[in-house]
Design a protein around this ligand. Structure first.
Ligand code: C2E
Ligand code: CA
Ligand code: CA
Ligand code: CA
Length: 278
């Protein structure tokens, strides 16, 4: 089980906080973690399937819990959403990611774009624009190297608001991606109205394309992206067969264990350097 977004807290309740007291303790620990900066960011490479080069990474938050070790987002993002702490955590992740990407550029690793996940809580606040503006200013990362990942469900509630809001973010020069694409209910006409650059096909559909099987949904998304001129990233690519299948469909990017798991900054840099030299 993994984080399903919205209100699915079952998994976390089972694992980390089975009683109200445990939940309260976890919340307290999470508040402390925000103050003490206990979050780190791992980076998962995305391979450009046209060039074979890794030219972008996705930032994924980790919690270095003082007693429980490193926790995955599934273990604390639901509670962070519920308590609103996700906004502070998300801001820390954004700043770290922009600083890291800017440092890579300064060290001569070339153009590596970075994607950062946004939560619905963050997009409902009116300071998000300023937070992103400041992250870019402070890091000196050129805006075109920052991509923000949002989900369909976050935007569905109010399409005209979403449109204005995304246009505002876009005016900063950042790029926008729709995450977990295919799991919501976006229609073609809906998508056309949103100023997005990229669709990320949810890994459940990529998983359908195993052992020589094809996936009608992956192919439908590819066709849709062609007519709307959007980039497509396939998530959760685990096998060579999937990679070749996606390549044959003209998919732009692959992300998944076949390329690499999410890695700490220094390790991802080594991986990028080695794989791009080949
Ligand atoms: P996501 O945005 O869909 O991120 C991709 C997740 O899929 C990551 O899990 C990644 O480790 C996992 N993954 C990547 N490749 C594969 C693969 O080949 N096979 C399989 N089975 N899984 C793969 P992770 O890091 O546990 O993150 C889970 C979710 O937590 C993310 O899903 C995202 O929704 C959320 N999340 C992570 N970091 C942040 C953050 O900074 N802010 C917010 N708001 N949410 C975050
Ligand atoms: Ca994502
Ligand atoms: Ca995703
Ligand atoms: Ca997904």
């Amino acid at each position: 089980a993994r984080y399903q977004g919205g209100n699915n807290y079952q998994f976390y309740h089972q694992r980390l906080a089975t009683t109200p007291l445990e939940r309260l303790q976890l919340e307290k620990a999470l508040r402390k973690a925000v103050i003490n900066n206990e979050f780190s960011v791992d980076y998962q490479p995305k391979m450009n399937l046209h060039t074979g080069i890794i030219d972008s990474v996705e930032a994924l938050v980790r919690w270095r819990h003082p007693h429980k070790g490193v926790l995955d987002p599934d273990d604390f993002i639901p509670l962070a959403e519920e308590t609103g702490l996700i906004s502070a955590i998300g801001e820390q992740v954004l700043n770290k990611a922009c600083q890291e990407a800017a440092a890579w550029r300064q060290r001569g690793f070339g153009d590596i774009s970075i994607s950062v996940n946004l939560s619905s809580h963050q997009i409902r606040r009116n300071d998000l624009y300023d937070i992103i503006y400041n992250a870019l200013q402070n890091s000196q990362l050129p805006a075109e190297y920052l991509e923000l990942e949002l989900t369909e469900s976050m935007l569905m509630e109010d399409i005209s608001h979403a449109q204005d809001f995304l246009n505002q973010l876009r005016s900063l020069g950042v790029r926008l991606a729709l995450d977990d694409f295919g799991t919501g209910y976006s229609s073609l006409s809906y998508l056309k109205r949103l100023p997005i650059d990229t669709l990320k096909i949810d890994r459940s559909f990529v998983a359908e394309a195993r052992q020589g099987e094809t996936s009608p949904i992956v192919e439908a998304v590819m066709a849709m992206s062609e007519s709307l001129r959007l980039n497509v990233v396939a998530e959760g690519v685990e096998t060579r067969e999937q990679l070749h299948y996606l390549e044959s469909l003209g998919c732009d990017y692959a992300q998944g264990y076949i390329i690499s798991r999410p890695l700490p900054a220094s390790e991802v840099l080594t991986l990028i350097r080695h794989s791009n030299l080949q």
